[in-house]
Design a protein around this ligand. Sequence first.
Ligand SMILES: NCc1[nH]cc(CCC(=O)O)c1CC(=O)O
Length: 310
Amino acid sequence: MIEIAIGTRKSKLAMWQTNTVAGMLEAEGMSTRISSMETIGDKVLDTSIAKIGSKGVFTEELEAQLASGETDIAVHSAKDMQSRLPEGFELIAFTDREKVNDVLVSDDPTINIGDSSRKLRIGTSSVRRVALLNHFYPHVETVEMRGNLQTRIRKMREGDCDALMLAYAGVKRMEYEDLIVKIFSEEEFIPPVGQGCIGIEAATTLDPEKRKKIRKCLNNAESEACLLAERAYLKQLEGGCSIPAFGLAKLDGDTLTLKVGLASLDGSKILQKVVTGTVAEAETMGKEAGDYILDNGGREMLAEIRRQQK
Ligand SMILES: NCc1[nH]cc(CCC(=O)O)c1CC(=O)O
């Protein structure tokens, strides 16, 4: 029997995702061994990720295990992955995607984000969520909020904020669906690249037979097409989760539609572009959309964002 060694972060969400992936592999007759760790990104909670500076704070240590052969694959939230992986690593599969929306979570069901007469403090550490909230709901106050889902909910309950803006996928997986007070439309609040999807990373040195078996078992072709397009966009911007960029691809028959955008940090400016094509063109589309954004004000916006983040 072939055994797949899986690396993962230790957070409850990461473990949920890893157990799901392990279950899929086991259902196809493979055995699995899970090795979990706390990464730098999990440990440094007092600084926002955008400011830690180093790329891949959640991934570097897992990649070291892949490179040494200690593990075969690492399981990640696809949206936490840098658009350009370090040399020697690749994403070999993308699982079935969960609903991609952002949601608002609170213990107070009467919260209405549209009501500007009431003070509302929303916890998030995402530059994209802050920018979009400023843009669409300028009366809302945002509060910096790091840590895993459970920590954030605890902080909300301690009074740090009135509500949290989170990805539906994580809220569902951690069984906090009862606290959802609003589901943001994916048209208005276009999600970040990769939201809702689990990405499987491997070293390029992974045994090709193993790679093929893992891929066959875990990869969803639709997710893959969408993720390739979205990630190619982010790569063209040379971005990761520290810039307020967003991108969502949808597959309808053979037609892939990619909607992307970039916001200024304060949300005052938003650039958007929609491109369509075939599955085979996924990465070209992402690149094309990225070039369009860069050439139409995005380059200056990115320079400004990077200046403000220094
Ligand atoms: N950045 C943290 C993170 N990474 C993945 C998820 C949720 C699951 C997903 O979007 O795939 C979350 C929490 C959140 O953004 O609310």
